[in-house]
Structure formats: C-alpha cells, structure tokens
Design a protein around this ligand. Structure first.
Ligand code: BG6
Ligand code: MG
Length: 217
C-alpha cells in the first residue's frame, strides 16, 4: 500500500466550521460597508486570517494601516471564537468519527494540516484533542496554503515522506499546497471537482475506498 498516513485539512473536512468563518467575516464586512457574499468567501477557503482580511479590504474605498488591520483581524477572530464556543463533540459527525476510527484500525497514521490558528481549540471542542498522531497548524508555520509548509510539517512530525501520505482537502488553495509538496490529494466539498486531485470524494466516508487494500467496506 502506497499510503501510510492521511493528513486532513480541518475546516470543511473534519468539521463544518466554514459557516462560522463566513458569518464572522460577513459581520465585519457589513460593518465596514464592504460587499461580501458566500461566493467571495469560497475564495478564502484555506487562506490565512490576515491574507483573507487583505482580500476583503481590497474591495473597500479606503485604506487601512497595519495597526487597523491587526485590530480588524482580532475583531473577526473574537466573533469567530464566540461561534466556536457553541461547538461540542456532537458537532463531529458519526460518519467522520467512524471513518477516522476505521482508518486508525487499519494501521494508518492520522494527522491534521490546517492553516487555522484555532486548530487546538476546535479539536478540543469536538473532543479530538488527543486523537491525531500529529497536528500541524497555523501556529507552527510561516507560510499558509497554497504554500506546502503545513503539510510538509505534518509529514515530518509523523516521520514519513510526502509520497507516503494522502492529503484530504476541501479548498483549492489546499490542493495546490498538497501538490506543490509532492502529496497525492483526495478532494471533497468546494474542491471536489479539482482535476489535479488523485481521488474525488462525494462523502467523507468514501475516503475508505482509497484504502481498499487495507479496509473492506
Ligand atoms: C482555514 C480556513 O482552515 O483557516 C480559512 O479555511 C481561515 O477560512 C484559515 O481563514 C485561518 O483560520 P484562523 O482560525 O486562524 O483564523
Ligand atoms: Mg478547509
């Protein structure tokens, strides 16, 4: 079997936090009178907080100092954290929980590769703080997706080569990051039709089909 590990994106793959990101950005954009909708949010998937803010502020008629940008990013994050506070282990779907457990039982290493600095908090809210073999996130990288750094870091933490790991992504920026890093990629959600991917998933549990040599479904 080619793959010895799976590296998962978090937002939009393991849990549905993207709606909360959207609502928090929307509330900031409305306050600043900047047009922002779900289509525009789809371009921010996988992109870091500050880079997302820059993209939103481009549509404003005024300019912002670096200090103002830092305050705005903090405002968005505070709103996002208030929404995350409502999350609990019930927000981890049975499908995701069951699929993760089956992959683990098949002997695969399981890791997270996320741009989010809120990764530890989210994993704690959904009861997965101690589940993964490695967590590489927005707190331990200098370049966000589409740079491959976060996935390379995750592979290094589990002591495997990129060619031995399958990345699971829902964002085009994440698919670019995986491919640049030398990883195969399985895509779902927003990125599910990305032709650069090796595997196309309609549902999270279809991931088990990538490991049919190890797992009988
Ligand atoms: C990614 C999300 O996972 O994390 C992006 O897809 C988000 O929308 C990015 O901007 C950074 O998240 P955070 O939690 O550090 O603001
Ligand atoms: Mg994502």
């Amino acid at each position: 079997m080619k793959y010895k590990a799976v590296i998962f994106d978090l937002d939009g793959v393991i849990c549905s936090t993207d709606e909360y990101h959207y609502l928090a950005w929307k509330s900031l954009a409305d306050r600043l009178d900047i047009p922002f909708d779900r289509e525009e949010y789809s371009h921010l998937l996988g992109v870091s907080r500050l880079e997302s803010l820059e993209l939103i502020l481009k549509k404003s008629s005024r300019t912002f100092t670096e200090a103002e940008k830092a305050t705005l990013a903090e405002e968005k994050n505070a709103q996002y954290r208030r929404l995350l506070d409502q999350m609990s282990p019930a927000d981890l779907s049975e499908e995701v929980r069951d699929t993760l457990n089956r992959l683990r039982r098949a002997g695969l290493k399981l890791a997270i590769g996320s741009s989010s600095q809120n990764t530890p908090f989210i994993l704690e809210r959904i009861g997965l703080s101690h589940f993964f073999d490695a967590v590489a996130d927005g707190n331990c990288i200098t370049h966000s997706k589409p740079d491959p750094e976060v996935f390379l870091k995750a592979a290094e933490m589990i002591r495997l080569q990129p060619g031995e790991c399958l990345v699971v992504e829902d964002a085009r920026a994440g698919v670019t990051a995986a491919i640049r890093g030398g990883f195969d990629c399985a895509v779902m959600g927003d990125a599910r039709e990305d032709e650069r991917a090796t595997w196309h998933l309609n549902t999270f549990s279809e991931l088990l089909g990538c490991f049919s040599e190890l797992i009988t479904t």
